[in-house]
Design a binder for this molecule. Structure first.
Ligand SMILES: [Zn+2]
Length: 148
């Protein structure tokens, strides 16, 4: 269960999700199925309350989980990026900049965007993070949005 506690999943949430999946039938579910179900439920709960900060973290965790499972992760990291921007916007930030992990840590494509500055509106519309051509094996280079 160590991987589950890493995602902040309690035994109670695990039991609930397991019972919910079992009640739908269809046979055996893997630990990954249950965890994915829990993460999706947390996303739904936080979408209702528009908690952008929590959604940013959840989508990011889902991205990492997807990488670990060998699944497509880009969309999760993209949603995480959007939620980070919406959280900054709600906090009154109007312009943002891309902060990369730096030369030698970020991949060349990501590093090219280092310190790039845009309005929050444009960033949400175009979502340049994560970079579509990021060559990191993890699907992201730890690039983040910072207030400009
Ligand atoms: Zn990259």
């Amino acid at each position: 269960m160590s991987r589950l506690s890493l995602f902040g999943v309690t035994d109670e949430a695990w039991g609930d999700a397991r019972r919910d999946l079992d009640s739908r039938g269809g046979g055996a579910f893997s630990e990954s199925d249950v965890l994915w179900s829990i993460l999706n439920r947390l996303v739904s709960d936080n979408l209702v309350s528009s908690d952008f900060s929590a959604l940013k973290s959840l989508y990011f965790q889902m991205g990492l989980f997807s990488v670990g499972e060998g699944r497509e992760s880009f969309d999760c990291f993209r949603r995480s990026s959007e939620m980070a921007l919406r959280s900054l916007q709600r906090g009154g930030v109007s312009r943002v900049a891309i902060s990369t992990a730096g030369r030698g840590n970020a991949c060349p494509e990501c590093y090219r965007q280092n310190d790039r500055e845009v309005s929050v509106e444009e960033a949400i519309r175009t979502l340049p993070l994560p970079h579509a051509n990021c060559s990191s094996p993890y699907g992201y280079c730890r690039c983040t949005w910072v207030p400009a």
